[in-house]
Design a protein around this ligand. Structure first.
Ligand code: FES
Length: 137
């Protein structure tokens, strides 16, 4: 699986999102209080641009008239029919076993690590002792 640099952290502030194109796929990158999540921009219900929807929290009710609001900013509500998806997992909140939007693994890495990359030649310490170059293996 190839790695793709999609943005710098300061380009997506907390509570913001950005839709990027990677290999022909539209992917929404969301910053939820400093944590980043990536989901596909196609709603699995009827194909709306999911990432244009409102970011919301979770409302639960233990009994009529008593409700709790939690997980602020962790769900995306589709702009067409209002289905909600968990940004952490991609699962539909209504049908978690059957409906899911594609979610992608995402990492925040320092620029130096990206320049260095994963493929490196083996290196050895070199020193000069008197008139000789000495390599430690
Ligand atoms: S297309 Fe998203 S809920 Fe219908």
């Amino acid at each position: 699986m190839a790695r793709h640099i999609v943005a710098t952290v300061d380009e997506i502030a907390p509570g913001q999102r950005r839709v990027v194109s990677v290999n022909g796929r539209e992917i929404g990158i969301f910053n939820v209080d400093g944590e980043y999540f990536a989901v596909g921009n196609r709603c699995p219900h009827e194909g709306a641009s999911l990432c244009k929807g409102r970011v919301v929290g979770l409302v639960e009710a233990s009994e009529p008239g008593a409700y709790q609001y939690s997980r602020r900013g962790e769900l995306i509500r589709c702009p067409w029919h209002g289905w909600e998806f968990d940004l952490r997992t991609g699962k539909s909140w209504c049908e978690p076993d059957r409906t899911k939007v594609r979610s992608y693994e995402l990492k925040v890495e320092p620029g130096g690590a990206l320049v260095e990359g994963e493929l490196r030649a083996e290196t050895f310490p070199v020193s000069i002792e008197k008139q000789y170059i000495v390599v430690e293996v």
